[in-house]
Design a protein around this ligand. Structure first.
Ligand code: GN1
Ligand code: MG
Length: 372
């Protein structure tokens, strides 16, 4: 059975999937997840050894050297698999495996030059776009803590930079200024709100990069995109069992991850809402997520790390709004959109969330202080 896309496209994708299908015959293929960059498919096999796998077409407009993603992924998943064999965890935890083609390559180039790769699917698990159950919050934090913990002994320089400038907020600001100088987008109440919002936060945009330059925050390995729908939950136990979407695992600040996880986890209205008045930062969820995180991560967090957590939450939320807004002004060239104003609407969600974070600064800072 083939779902959700036209027959010819589906046949092409099935032919590509079959390059990676070493353990059985393909019985189903469907578009999967809600990624903004790559195209993702869930492939079903008639094999008892491997029932499903994930097939992805990497967006090479964004990832200019996709082979580096695969190189990184092989290095750190090997590292983590080895580490997991030597520690006794009394719960399920999995790391996706890189699947090879029939001729032992970690990717496949199709006739159009598109870059495809496959990874294992975490069976019996699911993810959520927003927190459907408050009890998930601690598990989300635990998952990010586990992720950081398991790679904390892999030297950052072992992994390549798969996406230069990723999460360097001042660079996004520079890009925005350039786009703004050229844009012909008409002024509207929403556009003016965003313009003002960004202009009021120019100095703040430097905060994490300054801390990095001053040596206050060390370069470590980070996930890069730990939004909550990249955390997989066991369908039966409701425990977090894996962190997926590993394309941006590379040297960086764990603060980018902490900020990203909280900005997505504590916004119950979700990234895609157009009901902007309903957007707020839920500090109860924040507390739960952070407690889950710190329980695992306290082993490596320093005094300075704690001191910058509030700024990280505020900055990464602002940064994503800025990235969406710049892309709207540039004509939607980076993030996939469903309509021309989509990135503008997404930007406003993140800016409203930033406002809510700023409004609750004292409370959030106190909460972090009490967690040490
Ligand atoms: C993009 O494609 P996806 O949904 O996994 C983006 C993230 C953003 C996210 C917002 C490489 O991730 O940085 O936080 O959208 N990934 C890249 O939903 O730019
Ligand atoms: Mg991603």
């Amino acid at each position: 059975m083939i779902e959700e896309f036209n027959r010819q496209d589906a046949q092409n994708v099935i032919a590509i999937a079959s390059q990676f299908a070493q353990l059985g015959k393909i019985t189903n293929l469907k578009a999967f997840g809600s990624g903004n960059i790559n195209d993702t498919f869930l492939v079903t096999l008639d094999s008892s050894q491997e029932q499903h796998f994930i097939l992805q077409r990497i967006n090479t407009q964004v990832f200019l050297q996709p082979q580096l993603i695969m190189q990184n992924m092989r290095i750190f998943t090997d590292h983590v698999h080895k580490r997991l064999q030597h520690i006794s965890l009394n719960r399920r935890w999995e790391v996706p495996r890189v699947l090879l083609t029939k001729d032992a390559q970690d990717h496949w180039r199709d006739v159009d030059g598109s870059f495809w790769r496959a990874i294992s699917f975490i069976e019996g698990s699911q993810s959520f776009d927003s927190m459907s159950d408050r009890s998930h919050a601690k598990e989300i934090g635990y998952a990010l803590g586990m992720f950081h913990n398991l790679i904390s002994d892999l030297p950052p320089e072992k992994l390549a930079d798969t996406l230069e400038g990723f999460h360097i907020t001042p660079l996004y600001l520079q890009h925005y200024e350039k786009v703004l100088a050229k844009t012909s987008k008409r002024q509207s109440c929403e556009v003016n709100y965003c313009l003002q919002f960004v202009s009021d936060r120019h100095t703040f945009a430097q905060i994490l990069e300054n801390a990095k330059l001053e040596g206050k925050l060390p370069l470590r390995l980070m996930h890069g995109d730990p939004k909550i729908n990249n955390i997989m939950f066991d369908i039966v136990t409701h425990q977090a069992v894996s962190v997926i979407d590993l394309d941006t695992v590379k040297p960086g600040l764990v603060h980018y991850d902490i900020g990203d996880c909280l900005r997505s986890g504590c916004n119950s209205a979700g990234e895609e809402t157009e009901n902007w008045e309903s957007v707020y930062f839920d500090t109860d969820l924040c507390q739960e997520i952070l407690q889950g995180y710190v329980a695992v991560a306290k082993a490596f967090l320093t005094e300075n790390d704690y001191a910058y957590i509030y700024d990280a939450i505020r900055l990464i939320t602002f940064e994503l709004g800025l990235r969406f807004f710049a892309d709207y002004l540039a004509g939607n060239v980076y993030f996939k959109v469903k309509h021309p104003e989509h990135n503008l609407a997404r930007a406003i969600v993140q800016f409203k969330l930033t406002e809510s974070i700023e409004f609750q600064e004292t409370q959030i800072r106190n909460m972090i202080q009490d967690m040490k």
